[in-house]
Design a protein around this ligand. Sequence first.
Ligand SMILES: C[S@@+](CC[C@H](N)C(=O)[O-])C[C@H]1O[C@@H](n2cnc3c(N)ncnc32)[C@H](O)[C@@H]1O
Length: 211
Amino acid sequence: MCTHRSNPVRGRFNAWFLSTLDGFINRLLAERKTRLMAGLSGSIVEIGSGVGANLSFLRPGTRLIAIEPNPHMHARLSERAMQCGIHLEIAARSAEDTQLPSDSVDAVISTLVLCTVPDPVATLAEIRRILRPGGRFVFIEHVAAPAASPRRRLQTLLRGPWAYLFEGCTLDRQTAQLIRATGFRSAEIEHYVLRSPFVPVNTQISGVCLA
Ligand SMILES: C[S@@+](CC[C@H](N)C(=O)[O-])C[C@H]1O[C@@H](n2cnc3c(N)ncnc32)[C@H](O)[C@@H]1O
């Protein structure tokens, strides 16, 4: 079931925004994305694929199911998949309910998505459910800055308008704790501060969990 309802104006705005900026964002995250994604193989699911920022980090020939509820992302996503040689299936569903069988996929990718899904706990449980034993969850996410830091105060100040404009994107989510509480067999989580003009989202985590 798709519980996500993209706003016609903001849904289009976000598709345009990602298409315009993801080259720049990819340059900032290239080393990290290469490290996390280069070795992935088999059946791969990506939640919240957007316009396909991660496709160029996957091997040509990869089979990918993209769980992307915003229809305004789909045309660019398909075009990118063709350019990168990815065999793409788009499912306009929510990551909380992928409708994929349990223990069925080798890897799940999420970049800058757990901030936005309405229910991150249900999304993480769904990722854990669909991964086969030994399967990998790889992620890059922006998270809450340390309590009482200037960046956290900025995140608190911008929280409402940011979530409105970016369709639910929550600046101060404690995503690392949520990942650790999901019950993966192992969770390697690196905390870092990105150097970018997007100050409210520069506190980030990346890593790999094994199911
Ligand atoms: C900030 S964008 C990130 C896109 C892409 N992963 C990237 O790194 O450029 C967040 C994406 O999550 C998608 N999204 C929002 N709610 C979702 C949900 N419940 N399930 C799956 N994806 C969702 C949005 O449509 C959007 O494409």
